[in-house]
Design a protein around this ligand. Structure first.
Ligand SMILES: NC(=O)c1ccc[n+]([C@@H]2O[C@H](COP(=O)([O-])OP(=O)(O)OC[C@H]3O[C@@H](n4cnc5c(N)ncnc54)[C@H](OP(=O)(O)O)[C@@H]3O)[C@@H](O)[C@H]2O)c1
Length: 265
């Protein structure tokens, strides 16, 4: 199966890594940046080029340039009915279709950075006219990088971007905060790093393996009047849960705003 990537940056590289590890795909990456082309061809033995002019109906094109570069990058490509997968934030099927000469065979995907290590989760949306076979092709590609979730509505792409798309950054934010707290308590930066990382890994694995609700797991280790309770009472006083909810809402609102700005009309 021939898969072309338009753009060979961070996210395209993550997907290429998963696909080449699994095998079975003929991959070509189109990027204007010589260093990226060289890295991709050396590291993953994929074909690279600077320009894409024509595809066949059986080919797959993954759109992986920044949203603001998309219109210019796609100009002049003769798709000949190929399946298009877009990972770009803020560009709707309707906008992409206009950029691509009223092309209709488009699926949107919202991956996240843990795709780099095969532990990503991608939100996927296909309009009603897309065949089951095309959905399976797209799903199989994204499954090489982790889990996938199909979304009922296109607006789900902006909403999932605010959770799993931006989510790794939220986790890094909290990791950094806990590391700073550990340093303040007298641990070396290295010790603080290890303590923070292992606490997260252990807690995440425990949550997954136990299958218990997060709130219940929290209760299980928080006796009233105890040490954990002293900390979570401070989090509650600062309404940390509400802060996170507001942060996600701001992210989704920004995605919707960007979508308006990126629409051609
Ligand atoms: N990073 C994430 O966490 C994430 C998550 C979900 C979705 N996405 C989406 O993934 C897409 C790619 O993001 P990214 O972080 O991987 O971007 P990136 O690292 O900047 O990669 C884009 C690449 O495309 C190249 N490019 C731009 N215009 C081109 C053209 N006309 N012809 C050939 N190559 C061109 C860029 O070259 P230059 O370096 O010269 O500009 C760059 O190498 C975006 O649309 C983003 O919305 C990203």
């Amino acid at each position: 199966m021939n898969v072309y990537f338009l753009g060979g940056g961070n996210m395209a590289t993550a997907i290429v890594a998963g696909m080449t590890q699994q095998g079975g795909y003929e991959i070509e990456v189109i990027d204007r940046n010589q260093n990226k082309r060289q890295y991709l061809s050396e590291r993953y033995q994929v074909r690279t080029s600077t320009k894409l002019t024509e595809l066949a109906a059986t080919d797959i094109l993954v759109l992986a340039v920044k949203p603001q570069d998309m219109q210019q990058a796609t100009t002049g490509i003769r798709l000949n009915g190929a399946l298009v997968l877009s990972i770009a934030a803020g560009l709707t099927i309707s906008t992409l279709s206009q950029f691509l000469g009223n092309h209709q065979r488009i699926i949107r995907i919202m991956p996240n950075t843990p795709c780099q290590i095969g532990q990503g989760i991608s939100g996927m949306y296909a309009p009603a006219g897309i065949s089951k076979a095309d959905k399976t092709i797209a799903e199989n590609i994204m499954r090489t990088t982790g889990e996938v979730v199909w979304l009922e509505e296109e607006s789900g792409i902006n909403r999932i971007a605010g959770i799993s798309g931006s989510g790794p950054a939220y986790v890094f934010y909290f990791l950094n905060a806990l590391q700073q707290a550990a340093i303040q308590q007298g641990f070396s930066p290295e010790e603080a790093h290890r303590l923070t990382l292992d606490t997260f890994k252990g807690a995440v694995n425990l949550a997954e393996q136990s299958g218990t609700e997060f709130a219940q797991l929290q209760k299980n280790v928080t006796s009233k009047g105890g040490t954990t309770f002293a900390a979570t009472s401070v989090f509650d006083r600062h309404q940390l849960t509400q802060v996170v909810i507001d942060g996600v809402a701001a992210s989704v609102a920004r995605a919707e705003e960007m979508q308006q700005q990126l629409a051609p009309f």
